[in-house]
Design a protein around this ligand. Structure first.
Ligand code: ASP
Length: 441
């Protein structure tokens, strides 16, 4: 299949929220015959206060599982699909499916099953609208018993199955466990399905159609009209999405990255826009801008540990990390000096966890001083251009200092695609803007 040009196209919820949006998706698919495999989400929001079908399904199932009457909520879901079908004027009757789903709700088929029906039903509509085959994701996307995704088994089954379908719609978001039970990915998981399908057919490209024209260099809620990102590498994207730059589900990077397939983020409402290309590697970078994007997150705590001659003590770091591990907590960053070590953790630790971590480290490491500090924000300045452009760090720190912001932690990975700053939460917005202005304006 790889010798041919094959495109996998995934459409998000807002791209398929009603008949008008579905017709836009159809026009996009039909504009290029290479767009052979389609992964739909469930219908999303049509307007700001609308409710996504997935959320309606979760709510409906909650009522059913609590033994309450859910017919009104289920009626609204049926109405949503029936009006799409009527507005499209296609010859499709989903009443048998509705009956089956309603029955399964009564027998408590599980909230994953419930949520997955949003994509399942929308997949059936898409397949009918396009004249493509419908392939139930439960048959081809496989999970282990413990609920984690079975990438290799899926790839074998899916690539084999898709050789038999010239064109197909595979609903996003779910698959099945070895016993046949439906299992979903995390919210927003249709992105992951799209990536898995792209890998299975060795796609030339994975197009992810959404409601924005790609990634922006910074969060538009913080920076006024940030520039779009033309091209970004997987590694850079990992750094930005870790800090909360949304648009694409973080886990959807892995299947295609593994296979070296680029992802193109596109806008269903503006198909002429080029969007953002996410590529394995590229030589291209803007010598002026140097950085690709800036992202950040609030809500971190720092555990500061001090001890004279810490650097000479064998096993110190291990004991610290063991105390954190014993509480089932992951650490985010670990900047250290000769006599100090700081561990950056998510601030949602419970009081009990904090107490246990401190007492365990006090007992095993006998530090001179130990304590938590809250109200920490992290900012990632990301750019492959940093590897070649001298003075990037100097520019970042000068911009931050000129804005009168105190930098409390610095971490630059050896891959040299990012510089991470730790600052006070209150300086968050000012800091992002200061760095953005330095590199972009
Ligand atoms: N419909 C699911 C959700 O709302 C999955 C998706 O749209 O990607 O999370």
């Amino acid at each position: 299949m790889s010798s041919q040009c094959v495109k996998v196209v995934k459409f998000g919820g807002t791209s398929l929220a009603d008949a008008k949006q579905l017709l836009k998706a159809k026009a996009i698919i039909e504009a290029e015959p290479e767009r052979r495999y389609v992964v739909p989400s469930a219908p999303g929001k049509r307007f700001a206060n609308d409710i996504k079908v997935t959320d309606m399904l979760y709510e409906c199932y909650r009522l059913a599982s609590e033994g309450e009457n859910f017919s009104q909520e289920f009626g609204l879901i049926k109405e949503r699909y029936n009006s799409i079908i009527a507005d499209l004027g296609i010859d499709l009757d989903l009443s048998e499916d509705f009956e089956k789903i309603e029955g399964a709700f009564m027998y408590h088929a599980g909230s994953d099953y419930a949520a997955s029906r949003g994509e399942y039903l929308n997949g059936k509509i898409m397949a009918k609208l396009l004249g493509y085959d419908f392939l139930d994701a439960a048959k081809v996307i496989k999970f282990y018993d413990n609920g984690t995704f079975d990438a290799e088994k899926t790839n074998i089954i899916l690539s084999d199955r898709l050789t038999r379908h010239e064109r197909a719609v595979i609903p996003g978001f779910y698959g099945s466990m070895p016993n046949g039970t439906i299992k979903t990915f995390a919210r927003g998981g249709s992105d992951i399905t799209g990536s898995i399908v792209a890998r299975a057919v060795s796609a030339t490209i994975y197009e992810n159609w959404t409601d924005v024209s790609g990634f922006l260099m910074a969060d538009p809620r913080l920076v006024k009209e940030p520039c779009p990102i033309d091209t970004i590498t997987y590694r850079e994207l990992r750094e930005l999405s870790y800090m909360g730059a949304g648009v694409l589900h973080e886990d959807s990077i892995f299947p295609v990255r593994f296979a070296g397939i680029p992802i193109n983020i596109r806008n269903t409402n503006d198909p002429a826009a080029r969007g953002t290309m996410i590529v394995p590697t590229t030589e291209e970078f803007d010598t002026e801008k140097v950085i690709t994007g800036i992202a950040g997150k609030k809500g971190f705590s720092v555990l500061n540990i001090e001890k004279d001659k810490m650097n000479a003590e064998i096993g110190f770091g291990r004991k610290v990390l063991e105390a954190i591990e014993d509480e089932g907590v992951t650490f985010e960053h670990l900047p250290s000096g000769i006599d100090t070590m700081s561990v950056v953790l998510s601030a949602d630790l419970t009081k009990k966890q904090r107490k246990k971590i401190v007492s365990s480290i006090s007992a095993s490491c006998e530090p001179d001083d130990i304590g938590f500090e809250d109200g920490f924000a992290l900012i990632a300045v990301v750019g492959r251009g940093m590897q070649r452009a001298k003075g990037t760090a100097a520019r970042v720190f000068k911009a931050v200092a000129d804005a009168d912001i105190n930098v409390r932690m610095i971490d630059q990975g050896s891959s040299e695609v990012s510089i991470i700053l730790g600052i006070n939460e209150k300086d968050f917005e000012k800091c992002i803007n200061a760095i953005y202005d330095e590199f972009v304006k």
